[in-house]
Design a protein around this ligand. Structure first.
Ligand code: NAD
Length: 344
């Protein structure tokens, strides 16, 4: 089985080559992303393996089908970059529904702690032997209220971590899992109540038509003065212009972003020698109370191992048995979600 692997990075190759051995799979690694221009590279392959910023639109799907490609293997959980409606009945799409919710939840807490304890500032100061504490005053997380939007695998782990810090946890989910209210002392509330009562808001829901720009001018208006926004989910959950305005007006106390709506052409690459064309991102990064990481939350040894082993199992199942438990279904969820009535 020959698979064209797009947007390949050195850390991908090590784990994928390890699991490919013995599974009769050969990967051809392409550094370029999959899109309208690069889709022709997949000619002669049985499948393509793609990540969060590859484009699997109707044009790409039609070309892949024409060239005899049978499977699109996402090596991530989110699938907002795939035109699922167009793919249905033409090509199989599989994903890795969970590789390490701990990786993403722990990174979210790392960003929050960095922000509230000014670690990003202190690190740079002490490198220059500047041991002054002026301007580094933070606040205790203990007793603060965090509002978690999306209580799936990652949101649940983040709720547990926050409880470990003695924080009050409010949650909103379109499909609540009420057992976490009992086990983890979490309280489900309405979205408006999340905005009204939370000192910190953390996003862990998928990007859908419904959640697009969930954090917008209106939501920011309803939020507490000084609120901290955490986004380690998908960039377009946040209207970046509205976020910037909220920071300028001092309504938002801080923002920690691992994802950005326009990240596709920037993140995962070294742009340090280039002029930054995206004024909104440049302005956000220039703010002392904004921390940006480049879609790094998933990047742990454990997650990379799980991504590689699950993706290879998915490809083998799909190409040899014609079915796979991680195949995405036409109703925009995975088969497991469909069984649970959780299609979105
Ligand atoms: P999940 O499917 O387990 O959980 C998502 C939750 O969101 C579910 O409980 C679902 O009911 C809820 N939801 C769906 N629609 C909603 C809506 N309109 N409003 C509120 N809640 C809604 O997914 P997960 O594994 O916890 O991942 C969450 C998100 O994290 C993914 O969608 C992905 O975008 C992102 N992610 C980011 C990284 C990273 O490296 N930064 C890595 C993995 C996943």
């Amino acid at each position: 089985m020959k698979i064209a692997f797009f947007d390949a990075k050195p850390y991908d190759k090590a784990s994928f080559d390890k699991y490919a051995e013995g599974n009769n799979i050969t990967f051809k690694y392409f550094e370029t992303k999959l899109n309208d221009d690069t889709v022709y590279l997949a000619n002669g392959f049985d499948g393509v393996c793609v990540f969060v910023n590859d484009t699997v639109n109707s044009f790409v799907i039609d070309k892949l089908v024409e060239m005899g490609v049978k499977v699109v293997a996402l090596r991530c959980a989110g699938f907002n970059n795939v035109d699922m409606k167009h793919a249905f009945g033409k090509i199989h799409v599989v994903r890795v529904p969970a590789y390490s919710p701990y990786a993403v939840a722990e990174h979210t807490m790392a960003l929050l702690l960095t922000s509230v304890r000014r670690i990003h500032k202190a690190y740079i100061r002490s490198k220059e032997f500047n041991f002054s504490l002026n301007g580094l005053t933070g606040f205790d997380l203990y007793g603060k209220t965090v509002g978690i939007i999306g209580t799936g695998k990652i949101g649940k782990v983040f709720a547990q971590i926050c409880r470990g810090f003695g924080m009050k946890v409010l949650a909103y989910d379109k499909f609540p899992s009420y057992e976490i209210e009992e086990n983890d002392n979490v309280k489900y509330v309405t979205l408006d109540e999340i905005f009204r009562y939370s000192d910190i808001i953390s996003l862990h829901c998928p990007l859908t038509d419904e959640t697009y720009h969930l954090i917008n001018e209106n939501a920011i208006e309803k939020s507490k003065r000084g609120v901290i926004i955490l986004n380690t989910s998908r960039g377009a959950l946040v209207d970046a212009e509205a976020l910037l305005n909220g920071i300028k007006s001092r309504k938002i106390g801080a923002a920690c972003l691992d994802v950005y709506e326009e990240e596709a052409d920037l993140f995962f690459e070294d742009n340090s020698g280039h002029i930054m064309e995206d004024d909104t991102l440049a302005r956000l990064i220039s703010m002392p109370n904004v921390i940006v990481t480049s879609h790094q939350a998933f990047l742990t040894d454990e997650a990379l191992e799980n991504i590689a082993s699950t993706t290879i199992n998915n490809i083998v199942d799909m190409l040899t048995k014609g079915q796979c438990e991680n195949e995405l279904c036409f109703r925009f969820g995975n088969t497991e979600d469909c069984k649970n009535g959780k299609c979105f």
